[in-house]
Design a protein around this ligand. Sequence first.
Ligand code: MF3
Ligand code: CO
Ligand code: CO
Length: 247
Amino acid sequence: MIIVKTAVDLEGMRASGYVAARVRDAVASSVMPGVTTEELAEYAAEMIKGFGAESAFLGYKGYPSPICVSVNEGVVHGIPGRRRIEVGDVVSIDVGIRHCGYVGDTATTVMVSVRDARVAELVKTTERCLWAAIEQAREGRRLSDISHAIQSTAEAGGFSVVREFVGHGIGREMHEDPQVPNFGRPGCGPVLVAGMTFAIEPMVNMGGPEVEVLGDGWTVVTKDRKYSAHFEHTVAVGKDRAEVLTL
Ligand code: MF3
Ligand code: CO
Ligand code: CO
């Protein structure tokens, strides 16, 4: 069942989305050679506390950190640790915030002095996938129009989309109905109604679409160990256009 949010719900979603976006941007700006992913997580924890908010990730199904940091072949759900960021790294930062009773979920991917033009193209294309999808998040479109926008944008660039992990409805819980796949034919699934809120999150690979989960039970990496990028916004479907809650 897709929960359509009221005006009051959306006020709460704006509040949690705002905090999630500020933490995402602050952490992303701190990604530089020599910093450990654990230090990025500590900074996030401090900022979240400063906002009087809570991480939606810490303790979620036993997840041990307030954020996810996924490096290079890391797709999503990388657990921060002692790894040091190096020149040439591609680093995804995923932040989920619970605030005022609602969750905001957002991710970005930053490049650390990347010189490889194809890698830069991957990151740019993944962000373009997200905006092409957001463009579809308006009343009257169908759910799979979002999915199709992502897949077609990624594949037009010669990249592939991950199938095993998907975007999702979001609200009082981080993961609500429906699932929002990053692939599919257009024109299928539920008709979108203003007030539906989704976390749209393209995961795009340089090589094949296949992924695997590492022995820590969380870290998702590409099977071929080629680079992957991830962008995510929490959005509210609107009458004429989406409202991006995590700008
Ligand atoms: N934020 C992720 C998503 O985009 C979920 C993170 S799982 C957690 O859906 F365990 F890290 F919380
Ligand atoms: Co996320
Ligand atoms: Co999400």
